[in-house]
Design a binder for this molecule. Structure first.
Ligand code: ZN
Length: 58
């Protein structure tokens, strides 16, 4: 709990999910190298990227 507060005050590792906009404290709530908030967002972003890539190549 104290670690989380310190990280938030320091502003270190503030991360935002590019898919749904959720925020978390990297290194506390999630891994410091996490990009998306959840596996669901990882899959959704991956799917959207794949679909747009398919449209472009046609
Ligand atoms: Zn998300």
């Amino acid at each position: 709990m104290r670690k989380r507060v310190a990280a938030e005050i320091g502003g270190a590792g503030r991360a935002e999910c590019p898919e749904c906009g959720a925020t978390w404290v990297a290194g506390v709530d999630r891994r410091s190298n996490a990009v998306y908030c959840s596996r669901r967002c990882v899959t959704r972003a991956w799917r959207a990227r794949k679909e747009s890539f398919g449209e472009r190549s046609q």
